[in-house]
Design a protein around this ligand. Structure first.
Ligand SMILES: *[C@@H]1O[C@H](CO)[C@@H](O)[C@H](O)[C@H]1NC(C)=O
Ligand SMILES: *[C@@H]1O[C@H](CO)[C@@H](O)[C@H](O)[C@H]1NC(C)=O
Ligand SMILES: *[C@@H]1O[C@H](CO)[C@@H](O)[C@H](O)[C@H]1NC(C)=O
Ligand SMILES: *[C@@H]1O[C@H](CO)[C@@H](O)[C@H](O)[C@H]1NC(C)=O
Ligand SMILES: [Zn+2]
Length: 432
């Protein structure tokens, strides 16, 4: 792979000596011996070395999502394949760059999680277990079941088909009490490996249906609003993350000229498409696609949101991990008009979230709080007239990363529920 940016000669170390891993590694499991390490670059020099090394090695960045986003003073978590770590770790030591090992054997960490899963009861749909991760088949079966058993509050429909032909299912929740109601859109699982997202969307639906009878606030929400909930946005990618590659992020579309599959479904929207913070290269994890809305999943949801943009007052998208509540803009450092209403909604929401278990989320514009990225769904929703657009980055901050244990599903969802309710109730009041 050619180097982008500065030539290696400017670096004090032998960047070209770094060896990328060979793709296939025997029968011991795809991630045997892989590590997840954390580096916090402390100077321009360190930032540059890391960008160049990670770009050359094509390592899997967990946080941020591409080498260009690596900045001084911020956390960089990266999955390093076993072969690569043999050259990368000495290289970092030689460069005097400190790192810590977050996960020392990723395959073992995965097996720790899936191992415990075999002991769980496979319960019937009527006593569905919301404290485990569910496969796509299980989630879709659950959705069909709710559509049948809760027809008073639930209506399921499909907004289109995925690249591999799966239905893109959405649950519409709410009492059909009057012809016109405002609505809230929620999607989970735009990025396949962020499994806590779909688990939260399912949790939200469960709470809505259970609490409707007993919680006046929930009753008010479902009476005065509709919720469109899409538990798994990137259905093909999510399925692939269960069957083939636990850390798959993108969609599964094929590219005519490259062997790499998939597009980043959160860089494919028609808003400053493929500008800063997105990649034109099909093998990158932040690949923006050949053109905006090239992905059938993005196109279908964009079409639905466009058609209902007068009705939809809030767009909420659930990602992981970082523990942040983000609002526009992603693609530039600028303050949105009506900033104070959105900002106060975010401020109250993170306080409500913290009241559950003391977990403090950072909040602010995505560009300055996380990093600059173009073509995101949140910016697109905002630009298309949805005044409250938020992206959640759920737990944790990197201890387990994408392998958040199932024991943390309940606390994560309970606290997030408070934030979502708080934002929703805020919508029902006028903000000045
Ligand atoms: C294994 O999973 C449990 C929770 O399910 C967690 O507490 C523990 O830290 C995990 N161990 C490793 C090595 O990941
Ligand atoms: C959900 O249920 C309704 C009413 O029973 C039915 O018309 C509709 O087709 C169902 N949705 C899907 C996607 O199957
Ligand atoms: C939202 O959260 C804030 C901060 O915890 C709280 O003061 C406010 O009452 C909450 N609003 C609602 C409607 O729950
Ligand atoms: C800002 O608020 C005003 C007044 O409530 C409203 O008319 C306008 O559409 C809002 N603008 C945006 C971008 O949300
Ligand atoms: Zn994500």
């Amino acid at each position: 792979m050619p180097l982008r940016g500065r030539p290696a000669a400017l670096l004090p170390l032998c960047l070209l000596c770094l060896q990328a891993a060979l793709p296939l590694r025997g029968h011991r499991g795809r991630y045997a011996g892989d590590k997840v390490i954390r580096v916090v670059p402390e100077s321009k020099r360190e930032t540059q070395i890391l960008r160049a090394a990670f770009n050359r090695l094509k390592v899997d960045l967990w946080q941020p999502s591409s080498p260009f986003h690596i900045v001084e003073g911020t956390v960089t978590d990266v999955r390093v394949p076993q072969n690569t770590s043999r050259s990368l770790l000495p290289y970092l030591q030689q460069a005097d760059i400190a790192y810590t090992i977050l996960i020392s054997d990723l395959q073992k960490a995965i097996e720790n999680q899936t191992g415990s899963r075999t002991y769980r009861n496979r319960r019937s749909l009527s006593e569905y277990n919301y404290e485990v991760y569910h496969s796509l088949e299980e989630i879709q079966g659950w959705m069909y079941h709710l559509n049948k058993t809760h027809s008073d509050l639930v209506h399921m429909f499909s907004v289109g088909k995925s690249y591999e032909g799966r239905p893109l299912l959405v649950l519409k929740l709410g009492k059909r009490s009057r012809p016109y109601k405002k609505a809230v859109w929620m999607d989970c699982g735009i990025h396949a490996r962020e499994w806590i997202g779909p688990a939260f969307c399912q949790w939200f639906v469960k709470e809505a249906l259970q609490m409707y009878q007993i919680d006046p606030a929930m009753r008010k929400m479902l009476t005065q609003l509709y919720f469109y909930v899409m538990p798994v946005f990137n259905v093909d990618g999510y399925h692939f993350s269960w069957t083939n590659d636990r850390f798959w992020r993108k969609t599964r579309s094929k590219n005519a000229r490259f062997r790499c599959h998939g597009v980043d479904a959160n860089r494919n929207w028609k808003v400053k498409w493929c500008d800063e913070g997105a990649s034109f290269h099909p093998c990158d994890d932040t690949y923006c696609g050949p053109f905006p809305e090239s992905e059938p999943e993005v196109k279908a949801v964009a079409h639905f949101l466009r058609k209902h943009r007068k009705q939809i007052k809030a767009y909420l998208s659930f990602h992981a991990y970082a523990q942040m509540l983000l609002y526009p803009y992603s693609y530039k450092y600028a303050t949105i008009p009506n900033f104070s209403c959105v900002e106060s909604a975010a401020y109250n929401a993170v306080n409500a979230l913290q009241s559950a278990h003391g977990v403090r989320y950072r909040y602010g514009p995505a560009s300055s709080t996380l990093y600059v990225s173009s073509g995101s769904s949140m910016d697109w929703a905002y630009k298309n007239g949805i005044p409250y657009a938020f992206a959640f980055e759920l737990r944790d901050t990197g201890h387990f990363g994408f392998l958040l244990p199932e024991t943390l599903i309940k606390p994560t969802c309970t606290e997030t529920m408070l934030a979502v309710k708080n934002i929703t109730l805020h919508l029902l009041k006028k903000c000045h």
